[in-house]
Design a protein around this ligand. Structure first.
Ligand SMILES: [Zn+2]
Ligand SMILES: [Zn+2]
Length: 353
């Protein structure tokens, strides 16, 4: 554990290459201002080449969000990281063709917004769920997509006019239905890590009486991010650091956090058994009892789950739990923010065998 370095990044961003409003340069500047270690631009069915590099201390990488444009209404958005190639030509078959082609190129495949709610006031903001189950070959689920949740808040013009200015009054956390679906897939043997992102477009909309950009990149990069445990610190070498980030994503050493109420930098979750240790995304080879230690950078309500069921709920700056039960352990943390209980941290599972 001690050898891992925490890096904070945003994994779901659109630029002018698809339907986002910002250039790579603007996105990079916003990510650097939000003190992200990295940002991965994921345009729809296009992966521009030659734009990766450091902007101040922030590494900007190009991934892709893919779907079959001939299949209407839209569904099955797949995020692909690290394939190093334009994957859009593989979208015209079924999703398995695309997933297998991406994996052959070492791509990390993540199901984007697996469950979405449509906005009744804006027909063009229809729900784009994932329907192509089971998720064979996929590395994880986007358990929390900020703009997808925002879209679901636009249930009336009145709500839209409020949340366009105060999204923090509406944003709550991953959908319970998404978390339930994730637990169910885990129980069926799928190894799926936690991913999350802004789905930033920084596009301007007419929301009733309001014309507003929802939301600028630098705001979104302070909201839902993915924290990863990399096997070494960033060196400043683009090739090396790209490989480091994609290795951590592939291994699923991640947690998703809403960093606006309080930065989750410094959060740690570690399972030990005998001399073996495991962090989220890893397997723990059990030798007798399992000890799970969680430390928070600020107090919160910590829920420890095993096989989708709560085994412990506690408030404070950490927990220390011992069990002899094997199973799939994951942690959720909630916080009070603007007078409401909101989701804060959602870890990938630790698989205690
Ligand atoms: Zn999408
Ligand atoms: Zn998107």
């Amino acid at each position: 554990m001690e050898s891992y370095r925490e890096l904070v990044g945003n994994l779901h961003v659109h630029s002018v290459y698809s339907d986002g409003s910002g250039t790579y340069r603007e996105i990079a500047a916003a990510a650097a201002a939000a003190q992200l270690n990295f940002v991965i631009v994921t345009d729809h069915n296009i992966r521009p080449s030659g734009l990766e590099g450091f902007h101040d201390q922030t590494l900007v990488l190009s991934g892709e969000e893919l779907h079959n444009v001939r299949s209407l209404p839209q569904r099955n958005h797949l995020l692909v990281y690290g394939a190093g190639k334009e994957m859009a030509p593989y979208t015209f078959g079924n999703t398995q063709t695309l997933i297998q082609a991406s994996r052959e190129r070492d791509g990390v495949c993540v199901i984007a917004h697996p469950i979405e709610r449509r906005s009744p006031i804006r027909p063009e903001l229809g729900a784009i769920p994932w329907t192509d189950w089971p998720p064979d070959g996929v590395h994880g689920l986007e358990v929390w997509n900020y703009m997808s949740e925002f879209k679901g808040l636009l249930w009336s013009w009145f709500a839209a006019a409020i949340y366009a200015f105060r999204p923090d009054w509406g944003i709550r956390g991953p959908y319970r239905s998404t978390l339930r679906l994730w637990d169910e897939l885990l129980s069926r043997g799928y190894r799926l890590s936690a991913f999350g992102g802004a789905d930033a477009h920084a596009a301007s909309y007419n929301l009733g009486p309001v014309h507003r950009k929802v939301f600028p990149y630098d705001y979104l990069f302070r909201c839902v991010n993915t924290h990863i445990l990399a096997s070494a610190p960033l060196s400043g070498d683009v090739e090396e650091d790209r490989a480091l980030i994609y290795e951590a994503l592939r291994a699923g050493r991640t947690w998703v956090a809403y960093d606006l109420p309080h930065s989750s930098r410094g959060f740690r979750c570690l399972a030990k058994s005998g001399s073996a240790t495991a962090v989220p995304g890893e397997e723990l080879r059990r030798l007798g009892a399992i000890n799970i230690v969680v430390t928070l950078p600020a107090p919160g309500e910590i829920i420890l789950l095993r096989d989708g069921r709560r085994v412990l709920t506690t408030r404070g700056s950490g927990l220390n739990y011992t069990s002899i039960e094997p199973g799939i352990y994951r942690v959720e943390v909630y916080r009070q923010f603007r007078g409401r209980r909101v989701g804060w941290i959602f870890t990938s599972p630790i698989y205690a065998r």
